[in-house]
Design a protein around this ligand. Sequence first.
Ligand SMILES: CC(C)(COP(=O)(O)OP(=O)(O)OC[C@H]1O[C@@H](n2cnc3c(N)ncnc32)[C@H](O)[C@@H]1OP(=O)(O)O)[C@@H](O)C(=O)NCCC(=O)NCCS
Length: 186
Amino acid sequence: MNSFRIRDAARSDLPRIVEIYNASIPGRMATGDLSPVSVESREAWFNAHSPAKYPLIVAETNDRKIIGWASLSVFFNGRAAYRHTAEVSIYVAPESCRQGVASALMDELRARCPKQGIRSLSAWIFGHNDASKRFFEREGFTLWGKMPGIADMDGVERDLDIYGLRLGGPPEGWAPKAQEAATGKS
Ligand SMILES: CC(C)(COP(=O)(O)OP(=O)(O)OC[C@H]1O[C@@H](n2cnc3c(N)ncnc32)[C@H](O)[C@@H]1OP(=O)(O)O)[C@@H](O)C(=O)NCCC(=O)NCCS
């Protein structure tokens, strides 16, 4: 694969961001959306992100193809007490998985948290999404809670797990695995 770099998303990236998101829907693992979303329907979501507080970042190859994206978003109901907590989302294009893209995106989000006042990260993951659970566990996230059977996916009740990470400092043994890829050196 081409090396890639991480940068803030631009509005012109939104169609590709949506395309990558939509690619995850048929698998019924990553999101509660059950049918593809339109670019227009994601405008407000896009506008709710900014490099200053809730970044939306993309991984872009040398030939300028976006192969993954990640965001920090307002946690839960956005009330004041949760201002130091953010929800993480990461989506990688299927053909670019297992190449360190999500790790590089996560490294970048984590690097931004201190200056953005984020002290805790939360990821909401379906109980049957083993790839994502392994990914977040490897990043140092642990299981904080389980909401049993709350998602109806084509008649199958699925658990929603809450994973979290306190950012008081990196967990023992954590190292930014994808730093070389993120800086385009690999
Ligand atoms: C989960 C996801 C983000 C991982 O992205 P990725 O770029 O493939 O992840 P990386 O290559 O950085 O993998 C880092 C580590 O995570 C774990 N991991 C990632 N994908 C895995 C899989 N399919 N099975 C098991 N472990 C996996 C591994 O430990 C991996 O390290 P390794 O490749 O050295 O074994 C990607 O599969 C994805 O986009 N899934 C659909 C969307 C989704 O579920 N998002 C999470 C909800 S927000």
